[in-house]
Write a protein that binds this ligand. Sequence first.
Ligand SMILES: Nc1nc2c(ncn2[C@@H]2O[C@H](COP(=O)(O)OP(=O)(O)OP(=O)(O)O)[C@@H](O)[C@H]2O)c(=O)[nH]1
Ligand SMILES: [Mg+2]
Length: 216
Amino acid sequence: MRQAVEETDAVSALASPAARVGIGGPVGSGKTALIEALIPELQRRGVDLAVVTNDLVTKEDAERLRRSGLIDPLRVSAVEAGACPHTVIREDPTLNIAAGDELERKFRGVELIIFESGGDNLASTFSLDLVDWWIFVIDVAGGDDIPRKRGPGVLRCDLLVVNKIDLAPFVGVDLDAMLSEARAVREGRPILATNARTGDGVATIADALSRAVLFR
Ligand SMILES: Nc1nc2c(ncn2[C@@H]2O[C@H](COP(=O)(O)OP(=O)(O)OP(=O)(O)O)[C@@H](O)[C@H]2O)c(=O)[nH]1
Ligand SMILES: [Mg+2]
């Protein structure tokens, strides 16, 4: 009987593993703010989700999400990278894979696990052993020359998000020019502009994510 139950569990775990989505990008670009805006948007669409955060030596972002009231705090797991943030999302993502597996074990039926990378530089990319699809978040205040610098994150992500569009006039950035340069270096792959604080553009990100990994 016990064996039958275990086999059923194993089959159901194999049948519907959660989609895993990465969110990377430079320090302070708005990765956590984007997750805070995406959670209610995805919940409204009935998506059963959980989050794994990565910080260098703290659990700051996980604590922020747990306190937010947006999601059951038990559905937020923290990985302390302890080293260069991209090491644990690319070279050796074992800790993150284990954190995702643990959330799947605890929350049967979870459909989506979002992994926030620790803030990094333009070179960070996610291992496809860890995620099915990943977003790279840059922001206008980081400089309109960021797309031109052609970092691997900007070039290779599945979706590039240009955040803090509200700040463009204050930092002397021509948003349209920045977006068209980003389009040029990405050779037509998707780019979306957001204000993660007000939620502008976030529904469009949820649409893209849903289509890409939730098939709805
Ligand atoms: N004006 C404006 N501020 C934003 C926006 N998105 C995020 N912020 C602010 O930018 C700061 C950094 O946002 P976070 O979401 O913590 O950035 P992060 O990328 O998660 O940062 P790390 O995890 O430390 O790398 C916070 O003060 C946010 O309130 C935006 O669209 N517009
Ligand atoms: Mg963060």
